[in-house]
Design a protein around this ligand. Sequence first.
Ligand SMILES: CC(C)(COP(=O)(O)OP(=O)(O)OC[C@H]1O[C@@H](n2cnc3c(N)ncnc32)[C@H](O)[C@@H]1OP(=O)(O)O)[C@@H](O)C(=O)NCCC(=O)NCCS
Length: 175
Amino acid sequence: MRTSSLTLVRPTSRLKESFLEGLAEFQQEQLPWVMQHDIEALRADFDQFVRDQLGKKTLWTQDTPVDETELWAVLDGVYVGRISIRHKLNRDLEIVGGHIGYDTRPAYRGKGLASTMVALALPIAKSLGIDEVLVTCNDSNIASIRVIEKNGGRLRETKPQFEGGPLKRYYLIAT
Ligand SMILES: CC(C)(COP(=O)(O)OP(=O)(O)OC[C@H]1O[C@@H](n2cnc3c(N)ncnc32)[C@H](O)[C@@H]1OP(=O)(O)O)[C@@H](O)C(=O)NCCC(=O)NCCS
């Protein structure tokens, strides 16, 4: 697999089938941040979903929502993952989420795709005026830790997300 041909694109109806396949896979493994989607409803009006993604905001935080640039990773015309860039931090994002979040479809993992996604997203973050991105991940997420460190992530601290909660790592990456 040539990860060098990976591109990031804005959400588009052209990727409907492989996006929905990927979403089903993410739901199968219970990724918490995709469980709210009803795949059949999205299939019925994918154009509206794409419009929503193009104007995405961090609606899951209790704090004021911030704008988010959603990008889909495409390899040989197939949706293989996603990455999003939050334009600024609110109090909740400081604790979990940070500026950047990403997922690779299970069958495409371990091939360097998330590392490439982050590398491609950093200049986009810079163009949004972010000089240093905060990336958070679970202390147990070895793959994500590697992705961040391969992209120059500097560990700021490791601490529980909340009292008695899971250990989180907080990294900063210069854009
Ligand atoms: C974390 C995630 C995005 C990594 O995606 P990926 O495309 O497999 O990442 P890469 O292929 O770029 O791998 C990065 C590094 O992690 C390593 N890695 C991948 N999976 C691993 C695993 N299960 N255990 C240990 N190391 C692993 C790779 O070998 C690579 O290291 P290397 O370059 O030193 O060989 C993917 O596992 C995923 O989508 N997980 C579920 C969602 C998630 O956790 N998102 C991130 C939230 S912070």
